[in-house]
Structure formats: C-alpha cells, structure tokens
Design a protein around this ligand. Structure first.
Ligand code: AMP
Length: 272
C-alpha cells in the first residue's frame, strides 16, 4: 500500500484520503466528493478498527457491506481502497499506540475509555501508510476531529485535516452506519437528538448564551422523548473539548444518547 500510494503521489500529485469503517452512506460519500474536488487522486480505507471499540460494544456486529462499499467508492472516482485485515494492522507483538490526553478523554472519550487512543493509533498508522496531503473527516464526529487535529499538530504530521459538514436524512437524523441498528420505532425516537439541538439553536438565536441554561433546555427535550437515554449534552470549546460557560461563536454543542441499545451522536457549531 505504501508503494502504491507513493506511485499515486508521483509528479507532486495531491493525494486525498478518506478513512472509513465501511457500511458507507451519503455522509461518507460527501467526504469522497469533497476530496475529489480538492485533490488529484483519492484513496479511501475501510477498516473496522478493533482498537477503538470497548468491551461489550458493537465491534462484532458492526455492519459490513464491503462489496457494495467498493462499488460506491469506484463510482465516486476513488482510485484505491485500502481494506486491511486486523491481523495486518496489528500483527502479534505490536504494542505502540498514540494517546492524546485531555482532549481524548472528553465527550465520547469520557464515555468510551480508550476509544480515542484506538482512533488516534489507527489514523496515525493509516497516515503513515497512505501519506496523504489532505485527509477528510466528518463534523458528525466532532470530538474525533478535535483529537486528530491535536495529534497532527503535536506529532508534526505533514498534512491538512479537512472537516466536512454533517449529512442528514430529510427529517434531520444525522446519517450514521449505526442507524442500521434502529427499529422503525427507534428511528422515530432518534429524532430527539436533532430536535434537542434545534431547540438549543433557537434559544441561542433568542439571545440565551449561558451553557447551563442551554443544556437544561436541551435535556428537557431529550427527557421528554421515550426510549432515549442521555449519555452527554455539553457546550464545549471545539478545539479542546473543555466545557465553556457561554456558547460563543465557534463553540461546539454536542449530544450523545442511547436509543434502545444504539448509541447515537450529533452536534452543531455555534455560527454567530
Ligand atoms: P465511520 O465510517 O463512521 O468511521 O466514518 C468515517 C468518516 O465519515 C468520519 O470522518 C465520519 O465523521 C464521517 N461521517 C460519518 N457520518 C457522517 C455524516 N452523517 N456526515 C458527514 N460525515 C460523516
């Protein structure tokens, strides 16, 4: 893969990279399209990374749709798909990992201990293998973006991280491979996450900036919804993920909640 990517970069071609765990949907494809616009050649990876799943999480049953994924990526003009086996990425005896303290211990990192060490480790490895000039990630996973930006800065990765907007279904539900787990009833209940964020946006537009009040109002929406169990709802600095007292422009409002057994996330950046 390293040799293939070196050849793709020949003649100073800008190589764009889109890492995924597969089960591709329009959210993933929006990253590919952005990469195609900004780069000369685009490489994607499909790897369900065991290192970023905790015990009792959904690693074993994570949706795998490899053949269809490859067809979608080819149709979008992706030149090479890297889909290694776990045993190739983590051969026996491999022990080095990448940990991004503090930022990596917040939001999803707090709820899923070790998750962002798994993410940072696999993404560092993929960056070394593919050697992209630009790598494309979704704002959907806002905490992941913060962790990876910190890693790239601290460890001098010579590449640019490009963040792409959240792609949603017509009714507002953020697209996610995990939406496949939802029953029809749960699919309806899951809309509470988007509704909660819309309510907070509305409060901000009305002049409420105090994080405490915004979180209280958002929690009311979530608690009024049946079948929804809140993991976190927070107003944080988008770079450090530390809580902020006031929701100023650029802050991140992020939510995670279980609908049935399925953990869903959503967020928005305060735009004014
Ligand atoms: P995953 O396969 O879930 O690891 O996601 C791979 C990439 O696609 C990550 O950078 C995600 O943030 C991004 N992504 C997933 N869902 C969406 C979405 N609804 N909108 C935009 N990007 C997304």
């Amino acid at each position: 893969m390293q040799r293939v990517c070196r050849e793709l970069r020949a003649g100073d071609r800008v190589l764009g990279f889109v890492p995924t765990m597969g089960a591709l949907h329009e959210g993933h494809l929006s990253l590919v399209r952005r990469a195609r616009m900004e780069c000369d050649v685009v490489v994607a990876s499909i790897f369900v990374n065991p290192l970023q799943f905790g015990p009792g999480e959904d690693f074993g049953r994570y949706p795998r749709t490899f053949e269809a994924d490859c067809r979608s990526l080819e149709a979008e003009g992706v030149k090479v798909v890297f889909a290694p086996e776990a045993s190739e990425m983590y051969p026996e005896g491999a022990v080095a990992t990448v940990t991004v303290p503090d930022v990596g211990d917040r939001l999803d990192g707090a709820s899923r201990p070790g998750h962002f060490t798994g993410v940072a480790t696999v993404v560092a490895k993929l960056f070394h293998i593919v050697g992209p000039a630009k790598a494309f990630f979704g704002q959907k996973d806002a905490a992941q973006v913060a962790v990876l930006r910190q890693m790239v800065r601290d460890l001098n990765f010579d590449l640019e991280i490009v963040t792409c907007p959240i792609v949603r279904d017509a009714d507002g539900l953020a697209l996610s491979s995990r939406n496949k787990y939802l029953s029809e009833v749960e699919r309806g209940q899951a809309l509470a996450l988007h509704r909660c964020l819309l309510q907070i946006q509305e409060e901000i537009a009305q002049g409420e900036r105090r994080s405490k009040s915004l979180v209280r109002i958002g929690l009311e929406v979530l608690r009024a919804a049946t079948g929804v169990r809140v993991d976190y709802l927070a107003v944080v600095d988008a770079g450090t993920l530390r809580p902020v007292e006031m929701a100023e422009k650029g802050c991140l409002v992020a939510v995670a909640a279980y609908v049935g057994k399925t953990r869903l996330i959503d967020n928005f950046l305060v735009d004014k």
